[in-house]
Structure formats: C-alpha cells, structure tokens
Design a protein around this ligand. Structure first.
Ligand code: PLP
Length: 507
C-alpha cells in the first residue's frame, strides 16, 4: 500500500518529458500517481473512451436503472487509504456505466445534441493537464489570447457582424452555458438602461420598473436570469407566438407601448433563434427595429441552432442578428465540442465590463493597468475560468470550416428526410416546421397514445426520443445531431417508431 510521505518533485528536461528529480529518487511510491503510472492509466483511459465512442451499439440508450442504483453500490464512507486506479475503473465499468444515458450514441435523438468529438476530448484533456486559471490575462496569457482569437474566427465563420470582433467595440467570450450568457446580457442591459435614464455611474441598480421581454417559447433560463438579476418575475413579459411558434412582433409592440405609457423602462428583449421545444425562429429583424426605436437591448439566444450559421444557406433564419446587442450559441450542443462551451458576443463591451468588473488589490497587475489586455473575469459571473478555448480550437482545426459544414449539412438533410417520411405516413403528422435538425411530430391517436409510444420506444432501449407540449398537445421530438449519426440510424429509428405505433402496449 502506498503511504503518504514526501511529495515527489519533478522538473522538465525537454518538451513534455518529465523525470523524477534526482534529489527525490529515494522513493518511487509518491503519494501522487507517478508519471509512468499516469501514462499507463492515461493510455488505458483513452482506449476506454475510444472503445466507448466506437461502432459497437450502446444499449439501452437511455439508462434504465432505478433511482438509488448507483448510490446503493457505493461505500458509505470514502476510503481512508488510497486505492489502486484499477479498482476505481472496475467500479466505473460495473457501477457507473449502467447509470449512463448514452448521449454520444448515434441512436440518441432526445432533447438536443450534446455532441462531442475526439479533438474536443483531447483539448479538454490538455486543459485539465495544464490546469491554468484564466481569470486575468496575466494569469495565463495564452488562455485569454486563444479565446479572443477563436471567437474572432467564429465571427467570420458564422458571418456575424464585424462589431462583434475584439478589434472593434465588442468581442466574444466563452461562458459555461447559454443560461450564463443570458444572465450576463441582462446585467449589461440593466446597466445600460440605468445609465440611459439617470446618467448614473452607479452600477447594478436593480429597479423594479425594468422590463424584460421574451416569447412563451423562450428557454426558462430567461426567467431565471430575471430572478437572479433582481428585476422581479412580475417584470418579465411573456409575448405570444404565431402559428409557427415564433414571437408575435405586433404583440411585443403593444406590450412595450403599454409599459412605456405606464412609466416603466423596457430593458431587454430576448429573441430566440431555434426555440427549445420546436426550433422556431423569432423574427430578429423586426424585433431589432422595435428595440432600436426604444433603446432596448436585444439579446439573441441561438443555443443549439446557432451552429447552422456555419452554412451560408441557413443564415437567412438569423436575418437581423447584425443589429443585436448580444448573441450566443453553444458549440457544446451541435458543434462537436464537449460541454461546457457557450460562445457569447457583445457589440459593445463597455456595459458588460462596467457591470461585472471589480478589482481587488490581490488581482492588481501591470498588464491590467496598461489597458492593453482583456481580463475575462470582467465578462462573466465567476472569477475563475478554465481553458475552454483549447477544445474549440482543436475542433475547428481538426475539421476545418468545410468539415464542420459537411457534418451540419448531413444532419439537416437527414432531418428533412425524416420529416418527409412523417408527412407521407397517414398515421403521423408534423407538429411544427422543421427548418434544421429537429422534427416535432405526433401520432394522430392523441396524447395518451403518443405517451405510450414514447415510453415503449425508450424502454426497448434501441433509441431515445423525448417530448414536449405544443398547443397543449403531447408532441414527440426527434433531434438529429449526434457526431456519428448516419442514415441507417435514422432509418432504424423510423422503422422502430412505426413498429411500436402498431402496438404501443399499456401504460
Ligand atoms: N436556450 C435555448 C434556446 C436552449 O434550447 C437551451 C437548452 O436547451 C438553453 C438556452 C440552455 O442552455 P444551457 O444549458 O447552455 O444553459
């Protein structure tokens, strides 16, 4: 058994080749995992992941364990003495894996894609290995500069407006999630609304008359942001949607007018490009015109669907984004980059930085004082930050723009084909337009039938679908965006859906 004694010391000889320091060679059983052991387990771990991501189907796609399955197999107390890594991995196989829902399976069609890729995993591994904190430029210059650079690349890759570039008034930052991006946008909007009105330099003045607007189909993170920002959920206006579940701009216009007439202060509108339930696109162009007229911050949430902007032929769905004050999308959904990675841009960084910047003595440094660097701690809620740009950089460099476009187009083509199959079968109907990689549909037999259909399909374990409610009707959602999904997976899914629809069983 290994005993904790003095900690091994290592020095760099060349490149990444680490050797134990001669001063400390008397013992090789350091409390740490030594480099040889790390290599051995590291290679085995890569083998494990490579096999996991390989072609062998993972069944059931949705974990079928009962609540408490995992915990009942874990010891009540942590080990007093360290254990061999092999026994940890044995438990991973026997206890953890049965409780895993296989989000990376090409037969996973539920919720939204959270697709990863080998280059992204390697970037994540390197980030963990380097273990830097990128809160300030000076705490690891490469962490900040790569992030700024990759976000500038993405502005060009997606045809976003020039003012989102770091060389202009704005710039991009990686947040953990779209929820955080929306919160940051709201805090910046609150800042701007406040200084518009009062000319005040006092930041973060929550005001009970500041109003936020989003459609009934916007993500729940908007309400969460309003709560956290202290604006009050009574001051969140839920705007109606049209027949395609996109924001009704005439309704938005009336509600804004009522608020202004009543002396309230419109603060931010969140337009969604690709709603969670049905992938509807709010008309950004028309919303932007209203926002400009009344000095309202426009935030565009393109969490999943923003990846489609990589393909010029789909950018029309985002018309008007060039007028938005902020925009975000999640490479951790559909751009082959493992969670967490949200890219968030602002057209003018001053309100964001003003509202989130606090400089205690212990963070003071000459680079910050020179004004020549970005300190991303001022662009987000937490102080600490991981080196997330690495995985994004690896993904972009591995696939190239062409490779990413090819994969995204492949998903969109498969989705169109699946939607066609639905339309051609009298037993099924489309529940909403399917412009990109999500098909909302239902069996004509009604809610209870569709619920049984879904449960039986998922319980069989060959595939995983999820649901939503549209117009208060139970609706099945087929989301096609896994890294390794092929036509054969979608064909098999459709054949399973039709087979189970012939006999969905009892609840
Ligand atoms: N916005 C939209 C439109 C979404 O679909 C989602 C997730 O499903 C979110 C925001 C929340 O994403 P995150 O988990 O990155 O906060």
């Amino acid at each position: 058994m290994r005993t904790p004694t003095s900690v091994g010391v290592f020095r760099i000889h060349s490149g990444l080749d680490y050797h134990a320091n001669a001063m400390d060679m008397s013992r090789t059983d350091s409390i740490h995992m030594d480099p040889e052991e790390f290599r051995k387990h590291g290679h085995a771990m890569i083998d494990f992941i490579a096999e996991y991501l390989g072609r062998e189907p993972k069944r059931p796609v949705r974990s079928e364990v009962e609540p408490g399955f995992v915990r009942s197999r874990l010891p009540e107390h942590p080990p007093e003495a360290g254990e061999p890594f092999e026994s940890v991995m044995k438990d991973v196989r026997e206890i953890i894996m049965p409780g895993i829902t296989h989000w990376q399976s090409p037969d996973f069609f539920a919720y939204f894609p959270a697709n990863n890729s080998e280059p992204s995993i390697l970037g994540e591994l390197l980030s963990a290995g380097l273990g830097v904190q990128g809160m300030l430029w000076s705490t690891s210059p490469a962490c900040t500069e790569l992030e700024t650079h990759v976000l500038d690349w993405l502005v060009r890759m997606k045809g976003l407006p020039e003012r989102y570039l770091s060389s202009g008034s704005g710039g991009g930052v990686i947040q953990d999630t779209a929820s955080s991006a929306t919160l940051c946008a709201l805090i910046a909007a609150r800042e701007r609304t406040d200084s518009f009105e009062s000319g005040s330099s006092g930041v973060n003045q929550a005001d009970s008359s500041m109003i936020t607007y989003c459609s009934s189909q916007a993500h729940s993170s908007v309400e969460k942001a309003v709560r956290i920002a202290g604006l009050g959920t009574d001051n969140l206006r839920i705007i109606d949607v049209d027949g395609d579940y996109a924001m009704d701009v005439e309704h938005l216009k009336r509600v804004i007018k009522d608020d202004i007439d009543a002396g309230r202060r419109p603060c931010m509108v969140v337009a969604v490009s690709g709603t969670t339930s049905s992938n509807a696109f709010d008309p950004i162009d028309r919303i932007a015109t209203l926002c400009r007229e009344h000095g309202i911050w426009l935030h565009v949430d393109a969490a999943m669907s923003g990846t489609a902007m990589l393909c010029p032929e789909h950018r029309h769905l985002f018309d008007g984004v060039e007028h938005a004050d902020s925009y975000c999308f999640n490479p951790h959904k559909w751009m082959f980059t493992n969670f967490d990675c949200n890219c968030f841009w602002v057209a003018d960084r001053s309100d964001l930085v003003k509202s989130l910047s606090i400089l205690p003595e212990y963070l003071r440094n000459s680079a910050t004082e020179s004004g020549r660097v970005i300190d991303y701690r001022d662009w987000q809620i937490p102080l600490g930050r991981r080196f997330r740009a690495l995985k994004l950089w690896f993904v972009i460099r591995h696939y190239g723009v062409n490779g990413l476009q090819e994969l995204v187009r492949g998903h969109i083509d498969l989705t169109a084909e699946f939607a066609r199959w639905i339309e051609e079968d009298d037993r099924f109907q489309l529940a909403a337009p399917a412009p990109l990689n999500l098909v909302c549909f239902r069996h004509v037999e009604g809610d209870e039938f569709n619920e049984r259909l879904l449960e039986k399909l998922n319980h069989e374990g060959e595939m995983y679908l999820s649901h939503t409610r549209l117009d208060d009707r139970y609706t099945l959602r087929m989301s096609i965006g896994q890294s390794r999904v092929e036509r054969s997976n979608v064909e098999r899914a459709w054949s399973n859906i039709r087979r189970v629809a012939s006999d969905p069983g009892d609840t």
